[in-house]
Unconditional design. Structure first.
Length: 713
């Protein structure tokens, strides 16, 4: 019998191959130059890049893992459930400044969601050079829509068979299809042609590596052909380590437009490099330049040493990391952003971030390391003689090019992580060392001074963000404690009804809001179910939520009818004048007579599933939000509530997402209730939350209260 894990892996591989074909087809049909396909990661609030084509992973690295609330076109496309089109560099910079900062080139972009029925699975991003018309054609839009629909159906089928696709940890990079079949004699003739040329020419693949260079080109740059093939020029030729070469290569890949620059080969020979890109790579022509043509960045400089400047790619990654960290809120955000940006962007194979607490170094987050290894190093005393503890104590970074270097500095060191080089960096914020950052590489690494300075800057950015995040988390924890203290810890057990409740903060994070619910036992045969939502997400909203819940609770226990209970609570709020408005739904349950009496103050309509399984969206007489007009009235209605009937109360976070009609979303929620069949209320509550998570990222808190009538008390 086939091992279940092997079977799941085989199904994932087959599904990914189908997604490869989907992306390749839409790129062919739209003549897009770059294609990226993202999938939502189960249980994670982020998108993972699953398949890429037309651009190397070192360029797409900053966007290999995208938080679900990031200001990025594909996130907006998913949230708004529509195609996003950016027709110019100016529009990119205006609408998405972080993207424009890291890719300051001319290109056009489309992003579209991958959906099936009501589920959002991910998104597709396509890029075109500026020769593309300013708008997408109808044929291109149809091709993108078809691509997303096909991918969505494929992912839906995988989920329905019990094997939902798990996005790969590393994106798959598609090779471009061959231009045409080449006869061996023709290939030999082309090679001989390049060897006869008096000017230099070479070919780069999209990853920037030299695949061919003719003798004239090798002579001009002063290196042997064998030392150049398979390497990136700026990695081999020290005088090309100025960021200009790497930046021009990067621009050629992204824009597919010819570009050029001039650099000085020591001691004084200026050379012009002209780059001609297409979907398979870049052709480079190398010619002597007239004296004085050298670019300002290189003219008159001494040749760089092995410790020369950091490449453009690393500088762009640093810029992207800095911009991303400004948007990080809590410590978890900082850790995830650091891991998502540093590991793919700066070269390490693994990362561990540690913070100092109560005399010990605690592992706050990691990427690329095994969990058991991190457990071994967690809670290490600050007094221990280890690199991570020492950089925290001294505030000075340590770099070890090989394990032998590490062993010389720390004789007791044991090689446990199978890595070959390490950087241990102090995290210093406001003059205080708050932790350590460990970067590990799978090959020996010399760490020239420029790279050491870059990594030290990275650690400084993380430390500042971490310091802000810890303060944010402290405030959020205080607010969360207040909020959870005001919500009921348990719901009362009552004969005649079954109940289940859920509260979920927006985006799954510890956050504070004004959503509340309650079930109040009035006597042996009556109860009140109530739910509400105070405007805002702050301490004031939580405090007002507590006041509203207390007022409603008092009126319920006093036997006040639904409409009058809301009217009295409304007068209280207008007297308090908190500057916030509150929606509320009040349901008085008469279990002896199997009736429910309901009134609403601007709240989302409740759902009633009947004994035969069909579900109605209840149309209640409208009432103003609480806290607006002290004289507002709240008419009530009475409905049958026989044994087997299910009343569903919820806040708008369960159904409201940008770009979606809330009435359609409410109808879809009713359909989910009908199709769910009869199961435990806890299972049903979890199902409804999962449905909300699948349909689109949630931007608001969710409160959910399910009440099912049983036989009388």
């Amino acid at each position: 019998m086939r091992d279940p894990a092997e079977s799941a892996a085989a199904q994932d591989a087959a599904c990914l191959e189908e997604l490869d074909a989907v992306l390749a087809e839409v790129m062919r049909d739209t003549v897009a130059s770059v294609g990226l396909l993202y999938l939502r990661a189960p249980g994670e609030q982020l998108l993972r890049l699953a398949v890429a084509s037309g651009a190397p992973l070192q360029i797409t690295a900053p966007w290999s893992r995208i938080p679900a609330d990031a200001p990025i076109p594909v996130v907006d496309a998913i949230r708004q459930r529509r195609l996003v089109w950016l027709g110019s560099q100016e529009e990119v910079a205006r609408r998405y400044p972080r993207l424009g900062l890291v890719l300051p080139y001319d290109f056009m972009l489309a992003a579209a969601p991958i959906t099936s029925a009501t589920v959002v699975w991910g998104g597709v991003v396509l890029l075109w050079p500026v020769w593309h018309p300013p708008q997408l054609s109808q044929r291109e839009r149809e091709a993108i829509t078809a691509c997303c629909h096909r991918a969505g159906q494929m992912l839906q089928h995988a989920a329905e068979t019990g094997q939902p696709l798990v996005p790969p940890e590393e994106p798959r990079l598609l090779s471009p299809p061959p231009s045409r079949k080449v006869d061996p004699a023709e290939a030999l003739a082309a090679l001989e042609f390049t060897e006869r040329l008096p000017v230099g020419c070479c070919a780069l693949d999209l990853d920037g590596r030299i695949t061919l260079i003719n003798p004239a080109g090798a002579d001009m740059v002063g290196a042997e052909v064998a030392s150049l093939v398979g390497r990136r020029p700026w990695e081999v030729l020290l005088w090309l380590r100025e960021p200009v070469f790497e930046d021009r290569y990067r621009a050629a890949v992204v824009t597919r437009q010819p570009t050029s620059f001039t650099a000085v080969r020591p001691p004084d020979q200026p050379l012009t490099f002209q780059l001609y890109p297409d979907r398979r790579g870049i052709s480079v022509q190398i010619t002597p330049a007239a004296t004085g043509e050298a670019t300002p960045a290189t003219q008159g400089q001494h040749p760089p040493s092995a410790a020369g400047p950091v490449g453009a790619m690393a500088l762009y990654h640093l810029t992207h990391l800095a911009a991303a960290l400004t948007e990080a809120a809590g410590v978890g955000d900082v850790v995830n952003l650091a891991a998502d940006q540093i590991v793919p962007g700066f070269g390490p194979k693994a990362l561990a971030l540690m913070t100092a607490e109560e005399g010990r170094l605690h592992i706050t987050g990691y990427r690329g390391y095994a969990a058991h290894l991190m457990d071994r190093f967690d809670a290490e005393p600050l007094t221990s003689d280890t690199p991570a503890a020492r950089v925290l104590a001294t505030g000075r970074p340590s770099f070890f090019a090989t394990f032998a270097d590490l062993k010389r500095a720390y004789p007791p060191a044991v090689h446990q992580d199978e890595m070959a080089a390490w950087a241990f960096l102090p995290l210093i914020a406001s003059g205080r060392t708050v932790g350590s950052l460990v970067l590990a590489y799978d090959h020996p690494r010399p760490f020239p001074p420029a790279e050491r300075a870059l990594l030290t800057s990275v650690a400084g950015l993380i430390a500042q963000a971490l310091d802000r995040a810890r303060l944010f988390d402290t405030n959020q924890q205080l607010a969360h404690t207040l909020q959870t203290g005001l919500l009921p810890h348990t719901l009362p057990a009552m004969p005649g009804i079954d109940v289940a409740a859920r509260y979920q903060a927006a985006g799954g994070r510890i956050d504070i809001g004004g959503d509340f619910y309650d079930l109040i036992r009035c006597d042996a045969a009556t109860a009140v179910a109530t739910i509400g939502d105070v405007q805002g997400h702050n301490m004031n909203a939580a405090a007002l939520m507590g006041q509203v819940r207390t007022a409603v609770h008092a009126h319920a226990t006093a036997g006040t009818p639904p409409g009058e209970a809301l009217a009295r609570t409304n007068r209280l709020l207008t007297d308090l004048d908190p500057g916030l408005f509150t929606s509320c739904l009040y349901a008085h349950l008469d279990l002896a007579h199997h009736r429910a009496h309901l009134a609403t103050a601007g709240h989302t309509p409740p759902l009633l599933r009947h004994r035969d399984g069909h579900t109605d969206v209840l149309d209640l007489p409208p009432g103003l939000l609480l806290g607006i007009d002290p004289d507002a009235e709240y008419p009530a209605i009475s409905i049958p509530f026989p044994p087997g009937a299910l009343l569903t109360l919820y806040t708008d976070g369960l159904v409201e997402t940008p770009g979606t009609d809330i009435d359609d979303a409410t109808t879809d929620l009713a359909r989910q209730l009908t199709e769910a069949g009869h199961q435990s209320l806890d299972a049903l509550a979890d199902l409804l939350l999962r449905h909300a998570e699948r349909t689109a990222p949630r931007n608001d808190d969710i409160a959910l209260l399910l009440v099912r009538a049983q036989h009388g008390p």
